[in-house]
Design a binder for this molecule. Structure first.
Ligand code: PEP
Ligand code: MG
Length: 542
């Protein structure tokens, strides 16, 4: 049979060629007696077994220092113990086989999550379906997934985070993932990226038709998968893989070099993070510290505003790793696509929303000051639009600081045209600025930030560039620094433009640090990309 080229969603970069491995657990097992007529007790026992298995896996991972994965798996254990899922399974299992009840309940919850206009929550649909698959394996005695016996590419409809742990990515036997469904925001996608294992999703049913053992070629950067690749395709994959490896090695070899432009300006390189694993990866790649710690992601399932103790417990594992380093903690940015159930129906976002709820900011600031002792702590507020917001937060920050201690710096995130236009007044009330280009692009151009076609490169649009310029000029006139922490900071094509606009710090995901360091060092020289991506003042923008 000739080769078949499929195009899917590029989820995790890198190239792989190897035999397909269709995990047996994805092939439905013959139903056992229990699965057919075990009733509610059998279905609930299967869920309880899954919760116990996931709990044990999380404990093992935490003990092995794999804290970020442990956290994700433990969140899935909580999902397996969720009373609403258990009561739905129990009710359904009264009039259908236990296995069918587990499938129906998990599918219904997954469909509900997938329909939410929130990529993060939608990404959890895969986790709930995974629970269903695990529970059926528990019910039918199907056992856990195992890693392939030889290096292979996993072919499946989708994979969940605990399945990735079972597949033991750290052993290197999984070369890549070719998924018929899946998403770029699932936890499995995040884990695959952190291991550097290529993944392509949304390939459609055709990818599942291949047999276990048949050759597959996969390019996670372009989202291309070739079933039964011919000699020419194999050669192409091999040369891309060799070029990637060479580039990565060259970039990593430059980690010790300072982040200084060719014209001698130092640009501080920091990292965006929300988990201890991301902080570890960033420090390994030479980040000076964290420029954006997103705190709300740990609380998307919260049932009310977190207490100071809950904040401190969430912050401690991350901030402990940053002793002596810059730790920029952003206060909760709830609202829009990051709205926990208890805030549904309320308008507002970021600092404005938090200030509407008495005690919410006090609790978080108290915890930040407590957990951040020992770091070079900075606090920043999302979506600031008025000096009054900074004044209130400053007062609370002083109150949270022990007498005699120096209060941490207080920064304003500039993420809307109003924030940029009021940047002179804001600069007088803030200790630093951080520009959130993800939101600034969306609010300036009137787009939805997850809309196809909106990319970090949209920050080079003349209207956005004009606001970035205005913000930086206001900050420098007041003697404060400006960081960029949106995804635009991680785009090497934009680095020369941002450097020329006068940015002082770039905060990017750990995976982009090597690339951006190189781009900073190359910027400011004649012939660099300054001439290709022009800013708004000079004319056309790429
Ligand atoms: C941004 O908007 O650019 C930003 C960094 O914040 P978030 O992506 O968390 O909204
Ligand atoms: Mg933002």
């Amino acid at each position: 049979m000739s080769e078949l080229v499929l195009h899917g969603l590029a989820v995790s970069g890198g190239v792989a060629i190897g035999p397909a491995f269709v995990p047996p657990a994805f092939v439905p097992a013959a139903p056992s007696r229990e699965a057919v007529d075990g009733g509610p007790p059998a279905a609930l026992a299967a869920l309880a077994q899954v919760a116990a298995e996931l709990g044990a896996t999380a404990t093992r991972l935490a003990a092995a220092g794999r804290a970020a994965e442990a956290e994700i798996i433990d969140a899935n254990r909580l999902m397996a113990e969720d009373p609403s899922l258990r009561s739905e399974v129990e009710a359904l299992a009264r009039d259908r086989p236990a296995a069918a009840a587990l499938v129906a309940a998990t599918e219904r919850q997954a469909a509900m999550l997938a329909a939410l206009d929130d990529p993060l929550l939608a990404g959890r649909a895969a986790d709930v379906r995974e629970l269903g698959r695990r529970a059926i394996r528990a019910l039918t005695g199907g056992g856990a997934l195992h890693a392939p016996a030889r290096p292979s590419i996993v072919v499946a409809p989708e994979v969940g985070p605990a399945e990735l742990v079972d597949l033991r990515l750290e052993d290197g036997l999984v070369l890549g993932f070719a998924l018929s469904a899946g998403s770029a925001t699932s936890h499995a996608a995040i884990i695959a990226r952190s291991y550097g294992v290529p993944m392509v999703a949304e390939l459609g049913e055709e990818v599942l038709a291949g047999e276990s053992g048949a050759q597959i070629g996969l390019d996670g950067a372009t989202g291309t998968v070739v079933l039964r690749p011919g000699a020419a395709s194999i050669l192409r994959f091999r040369s891309t893989a060799a070029a990637n490896a060479k580039e990565q090695a060259q970039l990593a070899a430059g980690r010790h070099l300072p982040s200084v432009t060719a014209s001698g300006k130092s640009i501080r390189l920091l990292a965006n993070a929300s988990t201890p694993g991301e902080v570890e990866a960033a420090l390994e790649r030479g980040a000076e510290g964290v420029g954006l710690l997103r705190t709300e992601l740990a609380f998307l399932d919260a049932v009310g505003w977190p207490t100071a103790d809950q904040h401190a417990a969430a912050l401690a594992p991350t901030l402990d790793l940053l002793a002596g380093r810059v730790a920029t903690v952003r206060t909760l940015d709830f609202g829009a696509d990051k709205t926990p159930a208890f805030l549904r129906g309320e308008g507002g976002r970021g600092i404005a929303l938090m200030l509407e709820h008495e005690g919410a900011l006090e609790a978080q600031l108290a915890a930040i000051v407590r957990a951040g002792r020992g770091t070079r702590l900075r606090v920043m507020l999302p979506l600031v639009e008025s000096p009054e917001q900074l004044a209130i937060a400053r007062q609370l920050l002083h109150a949270a600081t022990a007498p005699g201690d120096l209060a941490p710096q207080l920064g304003a995130m500039i993420e809307t045209p109003i924030g940029a236009e009021r940047s002179r007044e804001l600069a007088a009330a803030a200790d630093f600025f951080s520009i959130g280009t993800n939101d600034l692009v969306a609010t300036t151009l009137g787009l939805d930030r997850d809309q196809p076609g909106v990319s970090p490169l949209s920050a080079a649009h003349p209207s956005v560039v004009a606001l970035i310029r205005q913000t930086i000029e206001s900050a420098h006139a007041a003697g404060i620094t400006v960081e960029i922490c949106g995804e635009a900071a991680g785009e090497p094509e934009l680095t020369p433009l941002l450097v020329r606009l006068g940015v002082d710090e770039l905060s990017v995901s750990a995976a982009r640090l090597d690339t951006i360091r190189k781009a900073v060092r190359a910027s400011g020289e004649p012939g660099d990309k300054l001439n290709q991506v022009r800013d708004g003042r000079d004319g056309v923008v790429a």
